[in-house]
Write a protein that binds this ligand. Structure first.
Ligand code: BDP
Length: 685
């Protein structure tokens, strides 16, 4: 193969006892539904069983269950299953969910995988395949699974020239040279990977919609797009498109894109109708409006609600949705103005619009108020808009977290964010309950993840970055799962279950984000990156620029006072967070410099001064990269040589670059403050 199949690379199961235990159930694959979705799931199962057990089960559409052993793929409602499945079980399977039940009688040895609709069967099938690969005992196969959040969507930031904005793993698998690629094999395999982690939507083009991409919503491209949609559909995934708000001008030749203009509204209605004539289950639009030079309703003195609702009305007859991004801020700020605060922008823009959006509009909110930094507080927008559908946006691609050269597993960070209690409905108002729709009773809610894949041989550049994609899907399906369990399962499915391999890789994953944070920008500092490409240290890279991401270091103190006495950002949170963040002694230390302006001699909880903590953190972090390397070296010979070497090369680069981070940041602070490192390591005067 020209590329790896990540966690779906099947290898024969070697443990004899397990094979013997399961084999009795593999007589054939029976499809009780005759349609392409069950056929496709059956094919997936057949391929897997062949590779795992060396069996070649027949795929049959048995009219009656005469066989004595086999895996049955069915809908829960199928009459033939009524002797095996109770009413209660049937009821428990939701629209996208599935049930797995083992029937182990004298003459009947069945494993039943049953879904309510066409959508669930592929999820159930991959679930079973992976359970086999984890050598899960027959009894433990029994389960009923339903995704917690209705929307689990991947955002590709792919451009039509084949480049990927913030992509670190090759070129687009969707576009090249201004066209849609017609080699669908890779897209097909992507669909398989995504279905295996429960994803149900993909936005195929970048949120910054420029040039040819503006025309994706026209017949010029819709035919080719419909082919991609067809592949995705088989795997339970809907296709979405990012649109340019000014399309009526660019494409339609109108002189306005004003959302309240009748001609504009009709233009969108016609456009949507055309899209659905090609793609009957088209998901909808993703919109980045009035942000970073993208057009939007502000141009016409209209609100985001006016803009979103106009599109929502066009999509409503087809059950399509509008996903409207909340990443809106003034990107031309003046660094001399200490009153403006970019962190406040999303809330300021959207909070007044709560209750003004139509039901098929969902606000897509980045997890933090700024922009995917290594650490940010949870965006105060979560829980601030009780009458608005909300999705959380994670960046799987590692723009600010090492660009897939550094190992930075993001599951630990995401999990913390999802477990954050917003208090919007009192104690227990976790972000995870807002974005799965349950807390506020939202029909639409969910997860958006900016993809980290490209056409590289291992999809993600860094082989271990595959874990981030896996984890995004798993958390979106069920944010309650422990992150260790998610990471362990990925490790075993990808590298096998050798104890040393699992222990070491798990350690590497679970500690990597903390390590990265230590040697880059700890204490909620963020942003000390090179402008533009955002790789590598640059303490004042954005300090005197227009992007509003300042840390305002001088010789005495650093950090932005975002308390109620400062920019007032903390007032965007519910109680008790307002008071906690406001108080320098109560504020969670990992966010100290996000919320407070702190003198360098301020004592942290462990008794260290802020400046000494900075020095120590950077040395500690850079040193810990050695531990990552050691853990990996111990696996030499236990892991496929090519993969071993690829990761090894990147770890060595990480070490080098971590040292650069350490020295650049520490020297910066030393020169700014003149306060020497107590341990005498920072030596550049
Ligand atoms: C920033 C990226 C930029 C994206 C933007 C966005 O640097 O490339 O276009 O986010 O999310 O992080 O729209």
């Amino acid at each position: 193969p020209k590329y790896s199949m990540c966690w779906l690379s099947y290898k024969p199961i070697e443990k004899k006892e397990y094979v013997q235990e399961v084999e009795k159930f593999l007589g054939q694959i029976v499809l009780l539904e005759k349609n392409i979705y069950f056929q496709n799931a059956g094919n997936e199962l057949k391929i897997a069983l062949g590779a795992l057990f060396g069996t070649e089960p027949r795929l049959s559409n048995a009219e009656n269950l005469y066989m004595d052993s086999g895996i049955i793929l069915s809908k829960v409602t199928n009459e033939k299953l009524s002797i095996f499945i109770t009413e209660v079980e049937k009821e428990a399977v939701g629209e996208e969910g599935f049930l797995i039940k083992v029937v182990d009688e004298n003459k009947k040895k069945y494993i039943i995988v049953a879904s309510k609709s066409e959508k669930g069967i592929i999820y159930g099938t991959f679930h079973l395949i992976n359970k086999f690969r984890l050598k899960t005992g027959l009894k433990e196969l029994n389960c009923i699974e339903n995704p917690k959040a209705p929307l689990r969507i991947i955002n590709q930031w792919d451009n039509m020239d084949g480049s990927i904005e913030r992509g670190y793993a090759g070129k687009s698998i969707f576009f090249a040279n201004g066209r849609i690629k017609r080699n669908y094999k890779r897209i097909w395999d992507y669909a398989r990977l995504l279905a295996s982690i429960g994803i149900n939507g993909v936005v195929v083009n970048n949120v910054n919609v420029r040039d040819k991409a503006i025309w994706l919503i026209t017949p010029k491209y819709l035919n080719d797009l419909s082919k991609i949609a067809e592949i995705f559909r088989l795997y339970g995934i809907k296709l979405y498109l990012s649109i340019n708000f000014a399309s009526p001008i660019y494409i339609g030749g109108l002189d306005t894109a004003d959302p309240l203009d009748k001609n504009v509204q009709n233009w969108w209605k016609d456009t949507v109708q055309t899209i659905y004539s090609y793609i009957p289950d088209f998901g909808g639009f993703l919109v980045k409006a009035d942000s970073e030079f993208n057009p939007g309703p502000y141009v016409y003195d209209r609100t985001h609600a006016d803009g979103a609702n106009m599109l929502a009305e066009a999509l409503l007859p087809y059950s399509g949705i509008v996903i409207w991004r909340a990443f809106v801020y003034n990107c031309l700020q003046d660094w001399r103005d200490t009153k403006t605060d970019r962190a406040k922008a999303a809330y300021d823009n959207f909070k007044p619009l709560d209750g003004k959006f139509l039901d098929n509009v969902i606000l897509q909110i980045k997890y933090g108020p700024m922009d995917f930094q290594v650490r940010e507080p949870v965006s105060p927008l979560f829980g601030a808009m009780e009458k608005t559908n909300q999705m959380i946006e994670f960046q799987i691609t590692q723009e600010y977290t090492g660009q897939q050269i550094h190992l930075c597993y993001l599951g630990t960070l995401w999990k913390e964010i999802l477990e954050f209690d917003t208090y919007c409905k009192g104690k227990g108002s976790y972000v995870k309950k807002i974005v799965d729709g349950s807390l506020l009773g939202m029909k639409y809610a969910g997860f958006a993840g900016v993809s980290n894949i490209g056409d590289s041989i291992n999809w993600t550049g860094h082989d271990l970055a595959q874990a981030n994609l896996w984890t995004f899907g798993k958390l979106a399906w069920d944010p309650d799962i422990e992150i260790e369990d998610i990471a362990r399962e990925w490790t075993i499915l990808t590298f096998g279950d050798d104890k040393k391999v699992v222990d070491n890789i798990l350690w590497m994953l679970l500690n990597s984000h903390a390590i990265y944070e230590k040697y880059t920008t700890p204490l909620g500092l963020g942003w000390m990156v090179n402008p533009g490409h955002h790789y590598g240290p640059n303490p004042e890279g954005y300090e005197y620029s227009k992007w509003g991401t300042y840390h305002r270091a001088d010789t005495k103190a650093i950090g932005v006072d975002r308390t109620s006495r400062g920019t007032g950002y903390t007032l965007q949170y519910h109680k008790p967070w307002q008071e906690i963040f406001d108080d320098i002694n109560k504020c969670p230390e990992e966010l100290l410099l996000f919320f407070h302006r702190v003198p360098y001699d301020f004592r942290l909880k462990n008794g260290k001064t802020l400046i000494q903590f900075m020095y120590d953190s950077h040395f500690e972090g850079a040193e810990m990269v050695d531990e990552l390397i050691e853990k990996w070296e111990e696996l030499r010979g236990k892991i496929d040589g090519k993969i071993f070497n690829r990761v090894y090369e990147r770890l060595k680069m990480q070490k080098e670059h971590a040292i650069e981070w350490r020295d650049v940041i520490n020297t910066y602070f030393y020169r700014k403050t003149g306060i020497p490192d107590e341990k005498g390591r920072v030596i550049y005067p």
